[in-house]
Write a protein that binds this ligand. Structure first.
Ligand code: NAP
Length: 259
């Protein structure tokens, strides 16, 4: 049994939908107070209301992780509303697909700006507050795509998700002096609003290529993030957990079929 995170002040970027909403809900069920951050205020407010209706504590904040002023305002809002920041879940991300021959420089910048620069800016804005307790936690939502696998159409996305891990390994050393740990969850295919947009055929093909024969649930990622946020994970930093139903294990199609 892990020490409860009751009362902790938690920011979840991209908390209005999908995996972020799953993380926010799992943490709220444990009694943490959540700031749900997204560009779309209405959806973030709806999520915060849903968490509150389920007995949790949450409020919404409108911000773009790619903008420094927004990240500073987000950190201030968390401090104002919750008295500090204990845990930052840097989860906001986008994954529009475009093959290299069609990809524009703007598309590249959008993905790297949100997924990678957004991580840096959100952590930079929160780090002084995270350090105040001597036990702050940062949890990144990376991906199997990039660090472990490739998928045509996602060179920019893969670069951003691998980049998060390169960033993390040095950030872990820099943050350690203030007792802050930083770790990453690497989701496989998780059934979210963003993934559903890729179409039924994509979802079905993906499920059949996962040894556990189904897509993950957002709570699967929330639970892995909760472990990194726990007191018991205090000596773990700069590390990763793959949560993919075994998707990255088969070495070939034949390996799947042989099972
Ligand atoms: P999603 O359903 O599309 O949700 C994305 C969330 O991020 C929304 O709350 C969105 O709200 C927010 N967001 C996007 N850009 C933002 C920005 N610039 N500033 C602030 N918030 C922003 O996506 P998801 O599938 O849950 O993915 C969440 C994270 O998991 C991403 O980092 C993604 O790379 C990672 N991931 C997902 C999967 C998967 O299978 N779903 C697998 C591996 C990794 P607004 O649009 O209103 O801002």
């Amino acid at each position: 049994m892990f020490t409860p995170i009751r009362g902790k002040s938690v920011i979840v970027t991209g908390g209005s939908k999908g995996i972020g909403k799953g993380i926010a809900s799992v943490f709220a069920k444990q009694g943490a107070r959540i700031l749900v951050v997204a560009r779309g205020l209405e959806t973030a407010q709806t999520t915060a209301r849903e968490i509150a209706a389920a007995g949790g504590t949450a409020s919404a904040f409108q911000a773009d992780v790619a903008k420094w002023e927004d990240m500073e305002a987000m950190a201030s809002a968390a401090v104002e509303r919750h008295g500090g920041i204990d845990i930052l879940c840097a989860n906001a991300g986008v994954f529009p697909d475009a093959k290299m021959r069609d990809m524009t420089a703007e598309q590249w910048d959008e993905v790297l700006g949100t997924n990678l620069k957004g991580c840096f800016l959100s952590i930079k804005a929160c780090m002084a507050h995270l350090g105040a307790s001597g036990a702050g936690r940062v949890i990144l939502t990376s991906s199997i795509t990039g660090p472990l696998t490739g998928f045509p159409g996602w060179t920019h996305y893969g670069a951003s998700k691998s980049g998060q891990l390169g960033f993390m390994r040095t950030a872990a050393i820099e943050l350690a002096g203030d007792g802050i740990t930083i770790n990453a969850v690497l989701p496989g295919n998780i059934k979210t609003e963003g993934l559903i947009q890729l179409g039924e055929e994509y979802l079905a093909t993906m499920a059949s290529s996962i040894p556990l024969k189904k897509l993950g649930a957002v709570e699967d990622i929330g639970n892995a993030a909760l472990f990194f946020a726990s007191k018991e994970a205090a000596f773990i930093t700069g590390q990763t957990i793959v949560v993919d139903g075994g998707q990255t294990l088969p070495e070939s199609l034949e390996a799947m079929q042989a099972a």
